[in-house]
Design a protein around this ligand. Structure first.
Ligand SMILES: Nc1ncnc2c1ncn2[C@@H]1O[C@H](COP(=O)(O)OP(=O)(O)OP(=O)(O)O)[C@@H](O)[C@H]1O
Length: 259
């Protein structure tokens, strides 16, 4: 189910503005890859290019190539809606649909994909996804309560349950813990550890301890100057990035000398 991702020479634009330039990277299947770097260097932009959400913004486009398990993500025959099903995304702020119940939130994506679903199938998806997101025992007795009735950390796990309900091959996470307290953060990090046996996970984080804790590989993005495009400066095993980085800019960033 999990897929590897190969990015070559990727440029990403907002209209005339080139936000990211020349990214080449290989992301292993069934692993966690962290993306770090100072604000504005294009981490989120790059992440959104991996499930074709970037192009939703008027004037936004990419040049270069992204191949997911042999398939050209931007090939003419590829349906971006199907891509977004296979490459799920979890955002910075938990964003459950507020008027929907917990169960309906989990099923939101699946329902879009299959309008008429037998009740038993729906119940199975809800339980499997909530178990997968480590939320089942906390909510199993209140599945018909609104998603908004949960704590922030529970809402984020609900969003992860919603993302995995459609059985994606890749899970993108854009600072999934930045709005959470340390206990909820720790729960999400534990969950990331468990999910990587089934999914390829790419996570953007500002928290370097988090990158060090959860990921196998880390990519460091940087800007050469304000207004210039962001670039991938170094991609290496996380242990190497945090102990013996190849690039002086990586060393400066992880030791807190800028960014
Ligand atoms: N919708 C948009 N339209 C135009 N420019 C954008 C848009 N979104 C982001 N940008 C620009 O693209 C560049 C990269 O932004 P991006 O949000 O990807 O950076 P980031 O590394 O994720 O930053 P942060 O760590 O602060 O979230 C920035 O110069 C930003 O201003």
């Amino acid at each position: 189910m999990a897929k590897s991702i190969d990015v070559s020479d990727l440029d990403i634009y907002y209209g005339d503005f080139k936000a990211v330039e020349g990214v080449t990277m290989s992301i292993a299947a069934r692993s966690v890859t962290a993306l770090i770097g100072p604000s504005g260097c294009g981490k989120s932009t790059f992440l959104r290019s991996l499930n074709r959400m970037h192009e939703v913004i008027p004037g936004a486009r990419v040049e270069g190539k992204i191949v997911i398990d042999g398939q050209d993500l931007y090939g003419a025959e590829v349906d971006p809606v199907e891509v977004r099903r296979q490459v799920g995304m979890v955002f910075q702020r938990p964003n459950p649909f507020p008027t929907m119940t917990i169960a309906e939130n989990v099923l939101a994506g699946s329902r879009l994909n299959a309008k008429k679903m037998p009740k038993k199938t729906a119940e199975e998806i809800v339980e499997r996804s909530l178990r997968g997101a480590n939320l089942w025992t906390e909510v199993k007795d209140r599945l018909n309560k609104p998603g908004a009735s949960l704590s922030g950390g529970q809402q984020q796990r609900l969003c992860i349950a919603r993302a995995i309900a459609v059985e994606p091959q890749v899970l993108l996470m854009d600072e999934p813990c930045s709005a959470l307290d340390p206990i909820s953060t720790s729960a999400i990090e534990d969950l990331i550890h468990e999910l990587k046996s089934d999914y390829t996970i790419v996570i953007v984080t500002h928290n370097m301890q988090q990158a060090a804790r959860v990921s196998e590989d880390t990519g460091f993005f940087n800007l050469s100057a304000a207004g210039k495009p962001g670039r991938l400066v170094e991609m290496n095993p996380t242990r190497k990035i945090f102990s013996n980085p190849e690039q002086p800019a990586t060393e400066a960033y992880i030791s807190g000398r800028f960014g």
